[in-house]
Ligand binder design. Structure first.
Ligand code: NAP
Length: 263
């Protein structure tokens, strides 16, 4: 979904009242999600460790007629996350939608992974998800309504060569999502995960340029059932659905988006 915002009266009433936080919103999938949620009428806080990217993303939403702010925080730093969430409360109101797209991949032979490298991949992908959820869930409980979408990975479903650390972290996100959904269901909060596979973002293109995609994206497109690489907007569309008011009966689910590569 692209273009400028429709007139406010044509937006669904619920989304005009919602404040969303999108981590990793400065690039790729998170950026597309931030734009899509703003297009649906939510006020969006774009949180990223890259200050320039977070601000540029928020500016692009505002230029399109939406409401957004850019915030800088490393999701592994709990104090920084708490500070960012407090800024969201003060500038946009209590958050009730959280999408955790901040992520870090890694390609290392198992025997070459250092303990520090292992810790960093888990810290960004898994512990970062924990920090962000724990910082925001009290606001959702207060409102008796919340929508959390974690971004995991098809690597959690299939494994990936040279990615034991990343696959383990993302599988952790899947388990975390299911357990949190059970705990928060009675509070009006849904928690689902989208494990993307093969989506055209700076992360994927970095992997390609470093030679980790074989002969490249084209080779993978040929073996993907829908015969194309995924676009960040594909993930954003699913995310926009999961955070809707009428998606309240969907929780604890793994909504795979990979062009049929994994079923
Ligand atoms: P991307 O373009 O690299 O975007 C990720 C964003 O997260 C970047 O702006 C990045 O900043 C930021 N980030 C990284 N570490 C952070 C941290 N510690 N704190 C705050 N922000 C941080 O990657 P993407 O492809 O959109 O990935 C989005 C999510 O989808 C990730 O969780 C990724 O693991 C997952 N995923 C992607 C694919 C795919 O095919 N693209 C497949 C499976 C899963 P920097 O640029 O400064 O690092």
């Amino acid at each position: 979904m692209t273009g400028t915002l429709p007139p406010a009266r044509s937006l669904p009433a619920w989304s005009q009242l919602r404040t969303a936080i999108v981590t990793g919103g400065g690039s790729g999938i998170g950026l597309a999600i931030a734009r899509r949620l703003a297009l649906e009428g939510a006020a969006v806080a774009v949180l990223d460790r890259d200050e320039t990217a977070a601000k540029a993303a928020a500016d692009s939403v505002v230029e399109a007629g939406g409401r957004a702010i850019g915030l800088t925080a490393d999701v592994t730093d709990r104090d920084a996350v708490d500070d960012a969430v407090e800024q969201v409360r003060q500038r946009l109101g209590r958050p009730s939608i959280l999408v955790t797209s901040a992520g870090l991949d890694g390609f290392d032979r198992f025997l070459d992974i250092t303990p520090a490298g292992w810790d960093r991949i888990l810290a960004v992908n898994l512990t970062g998800t924990f920090h962000c959820c724990q910082a925001v869930v009290p606001d959702m409980i207060e409102q008796s309504w919340g929508r959390i979408v974690t971004i995991s990975s098809s690597s959690a479903q299939t494994g990936n060569p040279l990615m034991t650390h990343y696959s383990a972290a993302k599988a952790g996100v899947v388990g975390f999502t299911k357990a949190l959904a059970l705990e928060l269901g009675p509070r009006g909060i849904t928690v689902n995960t989208i494990p993307p596979g093969f989506v055209d973002t700076p992360m994927l293109r970095r992997s390609e340029s470093r030679g980790f995609l074989g002969t490249g994206v084209g080779q993978h497109e040929a073996t993907t059932p829908v015969r194309r690489v995924g676009q960040p907007e594909d993930i954003a569309a699913a995310c926009a659905f999961l955070v809707r008011e009428d998606a309240g009966y969907i929780t604890g689910q793994v909504i795979a988006m990979n062009g049929g590569r994994t079923t």
